[in-house]
Design a protein around this ligand. Structure first.
Ligand code: LRH
Ligand code: MN
Length: 425
């Protein structure tokens, strides 16, 4: 299922005059418009292969029909998103949910859609059919050396798949932890996990990175062995220069100041990437910017503020920019289109922050002025700049509009069926 450039150009025609009107206003009122449009064109976000079908909870899962039934169809769907918004130029695979049977063929198919492979994700939070040892009591932390060895070997196998696909990063999220006081020796769990990560680290090719993703709770509800940014930073620092922390926005305790965490991890040069989503309570995996758009803005404000220091370049070759969401009630592709839009609009707003004036206000303890500077940027409508960047890159002025107007979900259901279920969460 794809959409031709001609179709996009024709449908853009319908929105062109309204767009040009809004753009003219933006160009006159937003000084660095052209520079921002250029940064937006250069910004690519990776789409998770495990979020192309409907998600669910332990209480239920409501399939939406037309879900991708294979890795090939997942690449097709991410390719469709990329044709529409020209900002979804990478896919992040999860192993074993998406094992490429023929990596060469998969790589060629992805490049036909202009897609790269971002970080590959290991999975030692589920027992696979035929797996000899269970991860019920953890993987790298496990008291049994044989279970730890099994988990290490799995991660090394995931690196092998990544190499074959041209990826250059491994994301390790461990569900390891405990549910009750007394269940776990925290120090032993840490030491075992570090040992395991060191064996995995040793298997990384020279130019690769490993992202250590932390999470405050779930599926363990008393302790997590990589439970917060401090623990992830500890592992990443002890592992070496190829190891970084990964910030999943939904993995914090209520009211955590994530923008401060981002600022400090950048200061240490240990911020590797993001799993963008939004949440009101726990790891809700809701659409980016749908619940706390100001927090997302403040995070991007720190990312831009900190990118002057010793950090990777901002654009798509530096950090791991990935979405990690789960769709319980929205169409997965519509949700992902909204998510990419929210990230691009927020990135553009953060680029508008007058950093010289903000620094002055901070040095003068002018708290009111500092807030005015931030909120002036946050209250600026940058959607016309984002749409212009998309159109200049050959994309749609209104991706969601075209997705609906072209009845893509209906066509996917006709091709794949109502009952098609995608692998993933
Ligand atoms: C854990 C997590 C992790 C993935 C999984 C699908 O909550 O965020 O990044 O492996 O979701
Ligand atoms: Mn995640």
């Amino acid at each position: 299922m794809s959409i031709s450039q001609q179709e996009i150009d024709a449908l853009n025609e319908q929105h062109l005059s309204a767009h040009q009107h809004k753009l003219a206003y933006a160009l006159t009122h937003i000084e660095q418009s052209e520079a921002i449009i250029a940064r937006l064109e250069d910004f690519q976000i990776a789409i998770p292969s495990w979020a192309l079908g409907m998600g669910g909870t332990r209480f239920g899962r409501f399939p939406g029909g037309g879900e991708p039934r294979s890795l090939e169809e997942k690449i097709e769907d991410v390719g469709l998103l990329h044709v529409l918004n020209r900002s979804s130029g990478a896919i992040s695979l999860h192993i074993p949910w998406d094992i490429p049977q023929d990596a060469g063929a998969i790589r060629r198919l992805a490049s036909e859609y202009g897609l790269k492979f971002d970080a590959v994700n290991s999975n030692t939070f589920q027992d696979q059919p035929g797996q000899s040892l269970s991860y019920k009591f953890g993987s790298l932390q496990h008291v049994d050396r044989a279970v730890r060895k099994q988990a290490i070997e799995h991660n090394i196998e995931v690196i092998r798949h990544g190499i074959a696909l041209g990826s250059d990063a491994l994301t390790v999220w461990l569900s390891d932890g405990s549910c009750f006081p007394g269940q776990l020796n925290f120090r032993r769990a840490f030491e075992h996990t570090l040992e395991g990560l060191q064996e995995i680290y040793a298997a990384l090719p020279d130019h690769w990175k490993v992202f250590v993703e932390y999470k405050a709770f779930e599926p363990n509800f008393y302790s997590m062995t990589v439970g917060d940014w401090g623990q992830s930073y500890l592992y990443a620092s002890k592992l070496g220069e190829k190891a970084y922390t990964l910030v999943d926005l939904g993995h914090h305790l209520p009211n955590a100041n994530i923008e401060q965490i981002v600022a400090l991890l950048m200061m240490e040069g240990k911020l590797g990437g993001f799993h963008f989503n939004d949440s009101k309570y726990g790891d809700d995996d809701l659409t980016v910017g749908s619940i706390r758009p100001y927090q997302l803005f403040l995070i991007f404000n720190e990312l831009i503020g900190g990118s002057q220091d010793n950090n990777p370049p901002f654009g798509h070759k530096g950090f791991g920019w990935m979405i990690d969401a789960s769709h319980n009630v929205k169409d997965p592709l519509e949700d992902l289109l909204q998510a990419v839009e929210a990230i691009m609009v927020t990135y553009a707003q953060a680029l508008l922050v007058d950093r010289v004036k903000l620094n002055e206000a901070q040095l003068n303890n002018d708290v009111v002025q500092a807030q005015e500077i931030l909120q002036t940027a946050f209250r600026t409508d940058t959607r016309a700049l984002v749409a212009e960047a998309r159109m200049r890159a050959g994309g749609a002025l209104n991706p969601l509009g075209i997705f609906r107007q072209s009845e893509i979900r209906k066509k996917l259901i006709a091709k794949r069926g109502e009952k098609a279920i995608a692998t993933g969460l």
